[in-house]
Design a protein around this ligand. Structure first.
Ligand code: NAP
Length: 253
């Protein structure tokens, strides 16, 4: 699928991976709908890309049908949906409040499911369409201190896989991009810095390039960086060995 001329919606476009993805899709010729809450940052990005800004809080699940209407109203159609917006939470599980749990689930899992549900009828009218999900290595390996975040990212993965099977043979293709540690405001926002020596955070642009590949080449599944596939394979083939290693080395990310 050629991104040129397509209408691409990017959630979490105001920062980090989403902003880099918006710029990369703009370079590739897409017309953008930029979603987030930070109106100033979104306006600055819209000025650079000619994109349309739609704002809203994805924690408010009941507002998603209206949000989808507003998105569709901008260009009258949608070819690409990049479900990227997300928040982290790190620390002992017992310190999470019920509101923390609800928010992590709603923003990272319920919102992308609901937005996809609301936009799917429009995507299905297009000759070619893509839905790309930005998940996390935490969802594939389970990271200590990030139990709820890991579980919702695993949920997004399972949703994406299931939808890919369901839509096989249609023009709507599903892609998943699985980043490791990325140099964005994610860690500052979750209130716990990334303090491990390795792996080193990678630039958001590398993840954005993978999102563009998912759109262009219909890539179902990409790890960024690629070596992250290794712990996932070990976990699948040798779960006991994986658990021993993760217990010893797998502190919070
Ligand atoms: N950074 C990493 O190491 C890493 C690793 C693996 C996966 N990821 C995933 O990558 C995605 C992007 O994260 P990032 O690293 O780019 O972090 P980021 O710089 O903090 O960006 C997060 C984006 O999500 C949006 N967002 C957060 N809460 C929202 C809400 N309630 N309603 C609407 N939008 C909301 C923010 O927009 P506003 O502030 O404008 O609301 C922002 O644009 C997330 O799904 C994250 O889980 C990140």
């Amino acid at each position: 699928m050629r991104p040129r001329g397509t209408v691409a919606v990017v959630t979490g476009a105001s920062s980090g991976i989403g902003a880099a993805t918006a710029l990369a899709l703009h370079e590739a010729g897409a017309r953008l709908v930029l979603h987030g809450r930070d109106t100033e940052r979104l306006a600055a990005l819209a000025e650079r890309t000619g994109g349309a800004v739609v704002t809203g809080d994805l924690a408010d699940i009941t507002a998603i049908p209206a949000l989808a209407e507003e998105i569709l109203g901008r260009f009258g159609e949608v070819d690409v949906l990049v479900n990227n917006a997300g928040i982290g939470w790190a620390g002992p599980f017992g310190e999470m409040t019920a509101a923390d749990v609800r928010r992590v689930i709603d923003v990272n899992l319920t919102a992308p499911i609901e937005l996809t549900r609301a936009l799917l009828p429009a995507l299905r009218t297009r000759p070619a369409a893509r839905v790309v999900f930005v998940t996390s290595i935490a969802g594939r390996t389970a990271v200590a201190g990030e139990s709820v975040y890991s579980s919702v990212k695993a949920g997004v993965d399972a949703f994406a896989d299931s939808l890919r099977f369901e839509l096989a043979g249609t023009a709507v293709k599903i892609g998943v991009v699985v980043p490791g540690v990325v140099d964005t405001e994610f860690f500052a926002r979750r209130g716990r810095a990334y303090d491990r020596k390795s792996p080193k955070p990678i630039p958001a642009e590398r993840v954005a390039a993978a999102v563009v590949r998912a759109v262009r080449d219909d890539r179902a599944d990409q790890y960024v960086p690629r070596w992250l596939r290794l712990p996932v394979v070990i976990r699948g083939v040798l779960p006991g060995v994986y658990r021993t290693l993760a217990t010893r080395f797998g502190g919070s990310g």
